[in-house]
Write a protein that binds this ligand. Structure first.
Ligand code: NAD
Length: 497
């Protein structure tokens, strides 16, 4: 018997009635463990109505009471890290230690949002004209929605809802239909923390839900994280309907290794960042750009590490890399091990030969393609799996050109001992997040996260100060407390005097 996963609307579990559902698998066993309800338009409207009603009281709740609720949310998520991590592993497949890391990074966003009284401070100018003061305030938008990808089923929702609700909005989450369990668990924690019913809602489903959120006039803003084609669609459709939209897309992250780099350190970083979470991270390293004569020793050092990567079920503490999320995704990733060599790359490690491949789970071992060029599919596509490519280039200038000509601009890293070269790269590369000898430069919660080019559509990055900005609108008040002695009719344009 598969278990059912429903919606969370108005502070309670609501079983879907649309008659449409989708399967949720345990990627380690291939077993279909859950059936998730797909909401109808009416069910989405129910959630929007619940959020609209809750918004009225929540936006009027004092900052200290809102902060209080966020501190309780923080404590409850902290206490339940293992349960959340386990749900992630059982539905996504990533190893438990990695899932726990995801929860820890998500917690940073909740911790940031506990500072909301400070974050929402406005500006004040006394005496902008005689007897007149001006001040700016930031107010919530109303009902806002978040649409999230499969690869971080707990953290990415936290990127969004922590700031959104702290700012006084009511939030509707549409999680990935592939691993929706963690968001339902978190919804219960938010209620337990004292968040009023309707301030946080979860509506499960597919495009039907997304399209309704995009067109409903009561939804004021949409945050999206997922693949580039959908991000572009969300941005274009949402803005056409007059909404504020931030839509983060896919990635192809390059790790540039200069000839002076520490080869062992660079190889450790490439293996960790290329195969961690089975490559299903938007900040995973997908391409190693080996500059000059470091290529041979670097490839050798990477290859030497691959037999030690322990691939297995995510709940086994011995495993370092779990399966891929679905059978279809695994097949797609494995197809690059056909197309790569057919287009001229050298397959130096073939994950299809791993013992676990061929069983019921969605496993693929670690794979390495060498001598990849910019024309090959393995380079052009976001593979989103444990397939690392090595592109060999003769110079720093060629490496930079590759990075800057790539349509994505999420993350990149440079490995070198030369501070001047690193600084030049930081100055010249057209990418939103840059690591210097750091392969996965995900900003901490008090900065903001976002790529450039096809990795982000919109103006603001996600979480941190940009998140507060995104979920509020500014109001500027100009006030005079009348002194009857100075009052007079004046039809001229207001001026300072
Ligand atoms: P996806 O684009 O397939 O799905 C993301 C969300 O959009 C899901 O909730 C899904 O249900 C919904 N969706 C899918 N197809 C839709 C459609 N046609 N119309 C409306 N909604 C639709 O992405 P995914 O496979 O879940 O996640 C992996 C992708 O997310 C990768 O491309 C990865 O790079 C990207 N990602 C980016 C970031 C970032 O910060 N830039 C972070 C994590 C993941």
């Amino acid at each position: 018997m598969t278990e059912r996963i429903g919606h969370w609307i108005g502070g309670k579990l609501v079983t879907g009635e649309s008659g449409r559902t989708g399967p949720v698998f345990d990627p380690a066993t291939g077993e279909r463990t859950h059936e998730v309800d797909f909401a109808s338009v009416d069910e989405v409207d129910l959630a929007i109505e619940a959020a609209r009603e809750a918004f009225v009281g929540w936006r009027a709740t004092s900052l200290s009471k809102r902060a209080d609720v966020l501190f309780r949310i923080r404590d409850l998520v902290d206490q339940h890290r293992t349960e959340i991590g386990t749900l992630i592993t059982q539905q996504h497949g990533k190893v438990l230690s990695d899932a726990m890391g995801e929860v820890a990074r998500g917690l940073e966003n909740i911790e940031f949002a506990t500072g909301i009284p400070h974050l929402l401070k406005g500006g004040f100018s006394e005496q902008v004209s005689t007897g007149v003061d001006t001040y700016s305030i930031r107010q919530p938008l109303g009902v806002v929605a978040g649409i999230t990808p499969f690869n971080f089923p707990a953290m990415v929702p936290m990127w969004m809802f922590a700031n959104a609700i702290a700012c006084g909005n009511a939030f509707i989450l549409k999680p990935s239909e592939k691993d929706p369990g963690a968001s339902m668990f978190v919804a219960e924690l938010l209620k337990e923390a004292g968040l009023p019913d309707g301030v946080f809602n979860v509506v499960q489903g597919d495009r039907v839900v997304v399209d309704r959120l995009l067109e409903h006039p009561e939804v004021r803003a949409l945050s999206f994280v997922g693949s580039t084609p959908i991000a572009r669609y969300i941005y274009e459709t949402g803005t056409k309907h007059g909404k504020r939209v931030q839509a983060l897309g896919g990635a192809k992250n390059h790790m540039v290794v200069l000839p002076d780099a520490d080869v062992e350190m660079a190889a450790d970083a490439a293996v960790s960042a290329g195969y961690g979470s089975a490559g299903e991270r938007c900040m995973a390293i997908s391409v190693v750009v080996a500059v000059g004569d470091i290529a041979d020793p670097l490839v050798e050092a990477i290859l030497a590490r691959l037999p030690d990567v322990r691939v297995g079920p995510g709940m086994d503490p011995e495993s370092e890399m779990g399966p891929l999320v679905t059978r279809e995704h695994r097949e797609k990733v494995a197809s690059y091990l056909e197309s790569g060599p057919a287009q001229g790359a050298e397959l130096v490690a073939d994950g299809r030969t791993h013992d676990r491949v061929g069983g019921e789970g969605f496993f693929l071992g670690v794979s390495l393609l060498d001598h990849v060029t910019a024309e090959m599919d393995a380079y052009r596509d976001e593979i989103f799996g444990p397939v690392l490519s090595v592109v060999r280039v003769p110079s720093y200038a060629e490496a930079l050109r590759l990075v800057n000509e790539n349509p994505y601009g999420n993350g990149t890293a440079i490995f070198t001992r030369d501070g001047g070269a690193a600084r030049r790269f930081q100055f010249e590369c057209e990418v939103g997040m840059v690591g210097v000898n750091v392969p996965i430069p995900v900003p901490v919660g008090y900065y903001s996260f976002g790529g450039w080019k096809h990795s982000l559509f919109g103006d603001t990055h996600m979480y941190g100060p940009d998140g507060v900005h995104f979920y509020t609108k500014q109001k500027v008040v100009t006030a005079r407390w009348p002194d009857p002695g100075t009052s007079a009719v004046d039809l001229g344009f207001p001026r300072t005097r």
